[in-house]
Structures are given as structure tokens and as C-alpha cells.
Design a protein around this ligand. Sequence first.
Ligand SMILES: [Zn+2]
Length: 269
Amino acid sequence: MNDDTGLRDFIDRHGRLFVLTGAGCSTGSGIPDYRDAEGQWKRAQPMTFQAFMGGHRARQRYWARSLIGWRSFGRVRPNRTHEALARLEAQGRSEMLLTQNVDRLHQAAGSRAVVDLHGRLDRVRCMGCEARFPREGVQEWLVALNPSWATREAERAPDGDADLDGADFGGFDVPPCPRCGGVLKPDVVFFGETVPAERVDAARRALERSDAMLVVGSSLMVFSGFRFVQAAARAGLPIAAVNLGRTRADDLLTLKVERPCAEALSFLL
Ligand SMILES: [Zn+2]
């Protein structure tokens, strides 16, 4: 039995799938991922919550890179992987789609029952008064305050970031919350930050209703995603994964498909 038949059978046999997705779903949309086939970091580790909240200089660096990165990130479109998973939901076969991605491309492709485990990059949150602002509007504030940065070019990096190593961020003007003057932070879960409990609970309840788990495009190196695979394994659910390269859960998998996500799921379209 080859991988293709195996995955098709797996999906045919289980009508209430709990789907967990990661960066591998979005590389086909031009968003780079963090890790190589061995699950190791390809680049400098992303900014931590502690560094971001701990200092103005870290926030200058973050928002300068984000100003440039957003220009392309804000325009990305879903690809055939997102479309295939939206189709799976439309067929009534997907109990929930839990994504580690912050790009909202599953929703853009038509998936409805989605939990954004790590938040969403198209929104900005005030850490003082909890107000939320659309990222697109914050882009206008950033550009108005820093016109000379708006035309700079840099290579695209994961999560709407841009590679600007060696630049001097000292003169970058970071906008405060217009309501309370507090610190603005993208509404995503940074490394070192806790995932909100209500998101985890919603996903756990969906997992309890499911009869199998399907992992798509994740090496599961981040514990917040991996723990759902552990929970599925403890509950005795069969687990299939589509991922190029090693995953942290290889020894828990019923079926492993090492092919590009869009190719492996193309039978759904
Ligand atoms: Zn505020």
C-alpha cells in the first residue's frame, strides 16, 4: 500500500477528524517556515515574549521588521492544501481544525471550525487596556511615523517578519496604544508566552468528539501543538501525519506520509 492509498483509506475510515496544521501548509503560499527536515531551526530563533515586553529596543526591532514584512504577508493567498482541508470540512468529515499558523489562510479558504492556537497576525492587541486593532490600520500608523522605512526592501521571513540584520533600529518610532498609551503587541502567542486556556479547552473538547487525528505540515516541535498528539494517543485515537521530514511524534503515528501537503491531499479536490 503506498502513502497515497493509505491516507485516502485513513480519511475514508474516520469521519470525525481532528486536524492539526502547521507551517508546512503555508509554505506553498510563499510564507517561509522555521525548521528544516530534521526539525531544527533554519534561522535565528524568533523573538520571545519576555524580550518583547521587556524592552523598547526589542519592540523597535520587531515593528521595523514587521513594517516591511507585512507588505507581502498581508497579501498572501491560500493554496491547495488550505482548499483541500476546507473541502474536508464541507464534507462534514472534520470536527475541528486546530492551526499553529497565524496567517488566517484556512479561514480565507473557507474553513469555519478553526481554532487559531497561536493567535492571528492580522490583529494587534494593547497589553494595557486589551483593545484590539486591525493590523492593516497599525501599518498606516507605522508608515506615518517612519516614512523612510516604508520603502526599504528585505527578504521575507516567517510570521510576517523580514530579515533586516545589521540595521540600526534606534531611530524607529513605535506607536503606542491610541486609547491608553500602552504597549501594542501583535495578537499572536510569542515564544515564551502561554496559550490562552479557553483556546486549549475548546480544542480538547473537539478532540474528545473526534475518532482520529490528522496532522498536516507540522514537525510538532512546539509543545503547545505536540500535547494534542499526546492526548490523542492516550485516548487511543489513530493518528496520521503529512509532513516532509521528521516529526516529534513519529513513534506515535499510525500513518506517516512524507510528501508535500498539497500533493498528499490533492485527492480531496
Ligand atoms: Zn490601550
